[in-house]
Ligand binder design. Structure first.
Ligand code: PHE
Length: 344
């Protein structure tokens, strides 16, 4: 009996001293395991007399139960402590300021390009593109600018070899469409794309810029159709109070040709330094497609006529938003670009 008492005291103190789940597991095996100390006491029962045995047995059993309960309690304590530790370690302070996610936006060139294309799509035009590395044939020849023609020099060209160049204008897409759709008239297309010229970059020149070509070919298309269409374009993109003015001009691929001016954005037409006191600002080139251009593409110019226009998107962006250096459209300074949010 004394032995049981002594063992009990040792066990209970040992149990209270454990520091970890691993330690308590070791004690559990030591006391309650098959070869454990309590089992050892049971073995001793056979040395006892019949009278002593039940009492001894009851005491060992009581000890076993007590130890079991204590150990289970300890195990629970450690598990709970561990869970608490984990919760504390993973604690999220929801009062801390969050990470700011930068939401991007479209480039102003893309915004205006899309605006113009969407407007013309709503009027039944199809958006068409073409190669930036273009054949001399489509960029010049078919636009009525034959070899050695002085007009070629006006469009300082990046030549790749004798046949190929970086297109100098989206009129190259126009001549391709005319050829491809010659048997499939009428034609109503809007053609945006990058264009290249060997210009020195400065505030108003960029060796790479963006144009949008509009082309409509059908029977009985007249200059007034061109004027009406350009009015819709200008009023939609720049504001319904904008007027346009056509001035005679010259392009090889249109006849007659016009330069199109819009009301000065700065002074609204009264005259200022921006518009050199004229009240007008030059915006784009246009004209009636030259009969020879139609014929070269295989279209009967007696039956069909049409108009074309080419608008510089960079210039449109600069005028619309008051950007005064074209280079800032290509240097990707987010202080400029982030001002052009378009939510739709
Ligand atoms: N291709 C001309 C240019 O780049 C613009 C233009 C297009 C003019 C279509 C008339 C008709 O200057």
């Amino acid at each position: 009996m004394k032995k049981i008492e002594a063992l009990k005291t040792v066990m209970l103190t040992e149990i209270t001293k454990v520091n970890s789940l691993a330690e308590i597991e070791t004690l559990k095996i030591k006391y309650l395991g098959k070869k454990g100390e309590i089992q050892g006491l049971m073995q001793e029962m056979r040395h006892l007399s019949n009278e002593e045995r039940p009492q001894f047995g009851a005491l060992v059993n009581a000890l076993k139960n007590e130890v079991e309960t204590l150990i289970t309690q300890k195990v629970d304590e450690f598990i709970q402590a561990e869970v608490l530790n984990q919760i504390n370690a993973e604690h999220i302070d929801i009062t801390l300021p969050g990470q700011n996610l930068e939401v991007g936006n479209q480039h102003p060139l893309t915004i205006v390009e899309n605006e113009i294309c969407e407007l013309f799509e709503s009027m039944g035009y199809a958006v068409v593109d073409g190669p930036e590395v273009e054949l001399d044939l489509y960029n010049f020849e078919r636009a009525n600018i034959p070899e050695n023609h002085p007009a070629r020099e006006m469009q300082d060209t990046f030549f790749i070899d004798v046949e190929r160049l970086l297109r100098t204008h989206t009129t190259a897409i126009q001549t391709r469409v005319l050829e491809a759709e010659a048997e499939n008239l009428p034609i109503k297309v809007i053609c945006p794309g990058k264009t290249y010229r060997r210009d020195e970059d400065d505030a108003t020149h960029s060796h790479q810029f963006i144009q949008i070509e509009g082309l409509l070919i059908d029977e009985n298309i007249k200059m007034t159709d061109l004027k009406g269409t350009l009015e819709v374009l200008v009023k939609n993109v720049f504001g319904s109070d904008q007027e346009i003015r056509l001035r005679p001009s010259y392009f090889q691929f249109t006849e007659p040709s016009v330069e199109v001016d819009v009301t000065c954005f700065n002074c609204k037409g009264s005259g200022c330094s921006v518009c050199k006191q004229t009240g007008w600002i030059e915006l784009l080139g246009a004209g009636m497609v030259h009969p020879h251009v139609l014929e070269m593409a295989g279209i009967d110019s007696k039956k069909y006529s049409g108009f074309a226009f080419g608008i510089g998107v960079d210039r449109a962006v600069m005028l619309k938003y008051g950007v005064n250096d074209i280079r800032s459209l290509y240097t990707n300074d987010t202080r400029l670009l982030s001002q052009f949010k378009r939510f739709d």
